[in-house]
Design a binder for this molecule. Structure first.
Ligand code: FAD
Length: 470
């Protein structure tokens, strides 16, 4: 018999005090609803531990009495992993576990409590004269525990890697309340299974990350940024290879955008004028980070060669910070502008980089067959093979009726992704949104291994039940 709310709340109050528990339905609103408002379930309570010992106490109790716990950090996840799936669950928010444990700029790492926001992590790194290079639009709210829990990506994965690659070690409270003390700063450690890598990206199903040691990098001296007109995704891919060959790891962003996204931004007043002098079917935003002591001007030389090679037909290189910001806005507004254009069906997918043009061509064609008039808006991290393959409703269509056909569009796109050897979730994870899909697409042996790990580390199924594995 699951415990009732009348049993759960007093038990939590005993562990965390009155101020450590939220239980009124109205007060829990900000915790049970996620950014896109797609998943709606009440929780029995929200636990707000202030210390790692309090997280342990809650988990020991939950494991003993069989109460399900949903780890939550900044609540910006896009697949519903951080909100309840069933109404008998308790959210454990790590938002009050904030702080700096250590910063070692010379050695290139810092250790932060998991409730620290990503923006705060950037500020802490900056104060030490360094950089933590994980940038996502939700960084003001997203917290280190959630960023690691979901293995977030962002716009500089190309050069620095995703959250997993930026993390050296974690501390985590496991389902039974025991603590995994893996906060090492070792760059090399071959002593068996990599438990840090297992916990990062586990979406709160294996343990609750309470602190992490993160890599720091020297701050670049300058950024050189351009928006370039290219004829097609194929030309963009060729340009990427050329830029990468010239700039190597200093090529920190290579983002693809279709003309339709620029048209939407002009139409909805998010952009005053065309960003380059001539219209183009496709654009890429390219950024090179110039290291301290490095030579400036590498981007304009590369762009000149690209013009000569016929890969680029027009473009603009930012000369001021505000011009750089305007170019980035054009990229970052791509998602929001789609909601102003009506309903949209979205896919966060990846394929081998060389297959991106084929993904876009075949995926667009397949979706247009499924829903005539549907408007493809594929954009994103071409350099990572990660495209946000979104589709806007046909002009003048009824948004609700359009969304009723979403499954046919998903099937069409995911079939192409699978055929190209890609992933159905590149950045955002599985959560509760894609559990059915995971079962269909994941290698059966991989699924068996994942289930074995889950039952070994959380035999009673206390942490985030039903998420990821279904
Ligand atoms: C506007 C916007 C832009 C975004 N852009 C990007 C992007 O560019 N790239 C990208 O990858 N994502 C992006 N996201 C998705 C989201 O912001 C990231 O996944 C983020 O890392 C989640 O962090 P969070 O603190 O909000 O975690 P939450 O949403 O609270 O949780 C996310 C997952 O992690 C688990 N979790 C939470 N805390 C812990 C913990 N302490 N230990 C273990 N597991 C935990 C949760 O159970 C859940 O499964 C975006 C979201 C929004 C709203």
């Amino acid at each position: 018999m699951p415990l009732s709310k009348d049993q759960i709340v007093p038990a939590l109050v005993q562990l965390l005090g009155e101020t450590g528990v939220v239980s009124e339905v109205g007060d829990m609103a900000g915790y049970v609803s996620e950014p896109r408002h797609r998943f709606h379930k009440q929780a029995q309570a929200v636990a707000l531990p202030r210390t790692v010992a309090e997280v342990q106490a809650v988990m020991e109790w939950a494991n003993e009495v069989g109460v399900h716990i949903i780890p939550q950090a900044g609540n910006t996840g896009l697949v519903g992993g951080q909100v309840p799936l069933f109404e008998d669950e308790v959210i454990l928010s790590i938002s009050r576990l904030k702080g700096v444990r250590n910063v070692d700029a010379a050695a290139g790492h810092m250790t932060l409590d998991a409730g620290t926001t990503l923006q705060e992590a950037h500020d802490i790194a900056e104060d030490a004269g360094m950089m933590f290079p994980l940038y996502i639009a939700s960084q003001g709210s997203a917290r280190i525990g959630g960023v690691l829990g979901s293995n977030a990506g962002g716009v500089q994965v190309l050069s620095y890697g995703n959250a997993r690659e930026l993390c050296l070690g974690v501390e985590a409270v496991m389902a039974d309340g025991s603590i995994y003390k893996g906060l090492n700063a070792l760059r090399k450690d071959n002593t068996g299974y990599d438990l840090k890598d297992l916990l990062v990206g586990s979406e709160g199903t294996l343990g609750i990350i309470t602190a992490a040691t993160l890599k720091l990098f020297p701050k670049p001296d300058a950024h050189e940024t351009a928006l370039l007109n290219v004829a097609s995704p194929e030309a963009a891919l060729e340009l990427f290879a050329m830029m990468r060959a010239r700039a190597g790891n200093t090529l920190t962003a290579f983002e693809l955008m279709p003309r339709i996204g620029i048209d939407f931004q002009l139409k909805h007043g998010m952009m005053a004028q065309d960003p380059t002098a001539e219209m183009s079917d496709w654009y890429v935003l390219v950024e090179i980070s110039v290291p301290k002591g490095g030579a400036a001007g590498g981007l304009s030389q590369a762009v000149e060669s690209a013009f000569e090679a016929g890969l680029v037909s027009n473009g603009v290189i930012a000369e001021t910070l505000s011009q750089r910001e305007a170019l980035w806005n054009a990229r970052e507004q791509m998602s929001e502008v789609q909601s102003r254009e009506g309903a949209s069906i979205k896919h966060d997918v990846s394929v081998p980089v060389a297959a991106v043009p084929e993904l876009i061509a075949r995926g667009s064609e397949a979706a247009q067959k499924a829903v005539p008039g549907i408007r493809p808006v594929p954009f994103g991290h071409l350099g990572d093979g990660n495209i946000h393959f979104n589709f806007s409703q046909p002009e003048g269509a009824d948004g609700m009726a359009f969304m009723d056909g979403a499954d046919a569009v998903h099937d069409a796109v995911y079939a192409v992704v699978r055929d190209l050897g890609g992933s159905v979730s590149a950045e955002h994870g599985i959560g509760q949104l894609k559990t059915g899909l995971l079962k269909q697409v994941k290698d059966p042996v991989a699924l068996k291994m994942m289930k074995a790990i889950k039952s070994a580390l959380d035999p009673k199924g206390i942490l985030n039940p039903g998420k990821v594995l279904g």
